[in-house]
Design a protein around this ligand. Sequence first.
Ligand code: ATR
Length: 275
Amino acid sequence: MEIEKRVNGKTKLIGVIGNPIEHTMSPQLQNTIFSAIGENCIYVPFHIEKDDLEDAVKGFKALNAVGFNITVPFKKDIMKYLDEISDKAVIIDAVNTVKISNGRLTGYNTDAEGFSRAFKSESNLDFKDKKVILIGAGGAACSVAVQLVMEGAKSVGIINRTVSKAESIASKINKNFGFKIECYKPDDSRASEAFKQADIIVNATSVGMYPETENMPISTVYSFSEGQIVFDLVYKPQKTMFLKKAGDAGCKIINGTGMLFHQAVLQMKSGRAKD
Ligand code: ATR
């Protein structure tokens, strides 16, 4: 049902906060899903200043919102205002979903699970015993690394221009799971060899995203092997230069749209009242 027909005195609020927030596609996505499944919720974006974060959280609580989502740059700062945080979000050190129930705020991270669901539904495979190379070492890469290890990947290697950031993900994972991640600088010859041998390659940097669509997250020294599964977290454009090259080399390619969708569905499930 369309929003103007279904918003009434019983409508539940779910917010999304960020700075900036104007570019977000989440409200269209979430409100379309609410309309389709007949859930009486409305999803509204809010541009918040850093100093107002605590007040915003209190505001959602006072307004009896069922929850809210968090985007850049508050995924970490939000954690200090919550009553409880899921184990996975603690390891990833970022919360993108808060559920409010009986006045208590619980934080979750749905990025990792969204990645896993998108990968499985588009490849019909899972991560068990796979050799994986991850490019990038930001928040998105950390979510992906945690999920890969939790789901039984055989090996995970991270290539990042700032190798210390890769090492900090590796040490977190080692501490929590006793799993050793290899970290490489982009010019390390071991990195290009591991890249060639990998079953799955994931770009978790934003390189290649619109408008800089000619850029690649790795140099031309790296070569894809036929049959590899190559996943780019970028969804705009749908086919980055990285995916084009992988496709030309005979790889199965997956873009970031499915992850965006699956993590949004998971956010909706953890944020809404009756689940
Ligand atoms: P997010 O939280 O969305 O993952 P982020 O924390 O800014 O975003 O991380 C972006 C990742 O992309 C980082 O690993 C970054 O590399 P550095 O750790 O060296 O900063 C990587 N990245 C961004 N621009 C890049 C570029 N032009 N070339 C290579 N890597 C890049």
